[in-house]
Design a protein around this ligand. Structure first.
Ligand code: SIN
Length: 287
């Protein structure tokens, strides 16, 4: 992708950084996306891992309609949901809370047998300062490995586990009904092994499918053996050069590809409220 504002037949775009993220300009998500606009937006998502829209005035129905352009929206598993919209989860941190959702580098539900295609997050209420989200493009990170390291990691599998990653929305826990808590407890024990170098299901591009929060170990290796290689890869992946940082404002929407991007919700706004709505699109098995 080029570095200047891109203008083409259907949409205007502006890269967020050298490798990660594309801002989509002048699109009103209350209107259905034309096929041409969708194709260009999809290409930008595939290429940069995450796309951003600002100044939207949408409800959950528009958020769902947008997500459905990319595939089937999957059920919300462990968040409270928006009244009347069971496929839209609420991500919220209240002033008295100290922990947030997603406050470590991760990829949503990477411990599922088939990781979600993507997540669509819409901002409702934000702190005056703080609460940004960072993204890293793990396909670009793979490209940076030496030929020798590429060969070493090529055949490896990694175990992704929810177990060690504390679910941190205490408010949801307090208010959870029995069914929600049952689902949460099931989720807490879910783990799955994925190729470390995965072929993206839509593009075939190689991505380093690991993330600091859910990747527990290399399959068949002990945790102690796994740590040095994983830590090296995380250090490389999360270098500022491989990331972009999104400053939210009410009405902003991001969609990231969970196979390509890792993300990190900064938790630097204690005492303030942040309220977001998220839905997720079902993925397909690795190629
Ligand atoms: C998430 O991890 O899905 C939430 C990200 C955010 O709230 O910025």
């Amino acid at each position: 992708m080029a570095t200047a504002t891109l203008t083409n037949a259907a949409v205007k775009m502006r890269p967020m950084s050298a490798s990660t993220g594309m801002e989509i300009l002048d699109v009103d998500l209350r209107e259905p996306l034309s096929d041409a606009a969708y194709r260009e937006i999809r290409l930008a998502l595939n290429e940069t891992g995450v796309i951003f829209f600002r100044n939207q005035k949408i409800g959950p129905e528009h958020q769902l309609a947008f997500a459905r352009r990319f595939g089937t929206v999957q059920p919300v598993e462990f968040l409270e949901t928006v009244s009347g919209f069971p496929e839209v989860g609420i991500i919220r941190k209240d002033p008295e809370q100290t922990r947030n959702v997603g406050g470590q580098w991760h990829s949503d539900h990477s411990f599922d047998p088939v990781p979600p295609l993507g997540s669509v997050l819409y901002a409702h209420e934000l702190p005056e300062k703080g609460g940004d989200t960072m993204f890293a493009n793990m396909a670009a990170v793979y490209d940076q490995l030496s030929d020798g390291l590429k060969k070493t990691v090529e055949g490896l599998r990694v175990v992704h586990s929810k177990k060690n990653a504390a679910y941190s929305d205490k408010r949801a826990e307090r208010q959870a009904d029995a069914e929600l808590m049952k689902r949460f407890n099931e989720l807490a024990h879910r783990e799955h092994s994925h190729p470390m170098v995965a072929h993206h299901p839509d593009t075939g591009r190689k991505v380093l499918f690991i993330n600091a929060n859910y990747t527990a170990r290399i399959d068949g290796w002990s945790e102690e053996e796994s740590r040095p290689l994983l830590d090296y890869l995380f250090r490389l992946a999360y270098r500022p050069e491989n990331t972009c940082r999104f400053r939210w404002e009410p009405g902003a929407l991001a969609m990231w590809d969970n196979r390509t991007a890792n993300h990190y919700a900064l938790n630097d706004y204690h005492g303030a409220r942040r309220l977001m709505h998220r839905c997720m699109v079902l993925g397909s098995p690795w190629k």
